[in-house]
Design a protein around this ligand. Structure first.
Ligand code: FES
Ligand code: FES
Length: 156
């Protein structure tokens, strides 16, 4: 199997330990600090990125499991911060300390790709694995709902 991963559109060859968590590779090898280390045990969601479009916890994902796949991090969600979720996050002033927010947005992006018109309950349920120590859950729910509306309008 090829030891390459496409990260935000750029193909990289992995020369480090294949069992290294993807989170470590992103942060320590590539110095991409947008993806955060929270618990390191799959419990908080701060490290959420996409592998082939699906949200994964990069602290528990060995780099080898992403070989031949496409990884998207918060830095690559849009080129200029214009993803509807990013705009909704700004509009609703979602972040407080900000630490959990990249993971929140990446989890929400996968969720909306699977459920473009969610109810408030579905949003809460989908986002419940992403912990926010600052308690921004109400604003997260509003922003996800708003982004879903904007995406629906854009799709006509
Ligand atoms: S750091 Fe990965 S789930 Fe908490
Ligand atoms: S905004 Fe502080 S942990 Fe979520």
């Amino acid at each position: 199997m090829s030891n390459t991963i496409t990260i935000n559109g750029e193909t990289v060859t992995i020369e480090s330990d294949e069992s290294m968590p993807l989170l470590w590779y992103l942060r320590d090898t590539l110095s991409m600090k947008g993806t955060k280390f929270g618990c390191g045990r799959g419990l908080c969601g701060a490290c959420t990125v996409h592998v082939d479009g699906r949200a994964v916890r990069s602290c528990l994902t060995p780099v080898s499991s992403a070989f031949g796949k496409s990884v998207t991090t918060i830095e690559g969600l849009s080129e200029d911060g214009s993803h509807p979720l990013q705009l909704a996050w700004l509009k609703h002033n979602v972040p407080q300390c900000g630490y959990c927010q990249a993971g929140q947005i990446m989890a929400a992006a996968d969720f909306l790709s699977q459920n473009p018109s969610p109810t408030a309950e579905e949003i809460d349920s989908a986002m419940s694995g992403n912990i926010c120590r600052c308690g921004t859950y109400v604003r997260i729910r509003k922003a996800v709902a708003d982004a879903a509306d904007q995406m629906e309008k854009a799709d006509g």
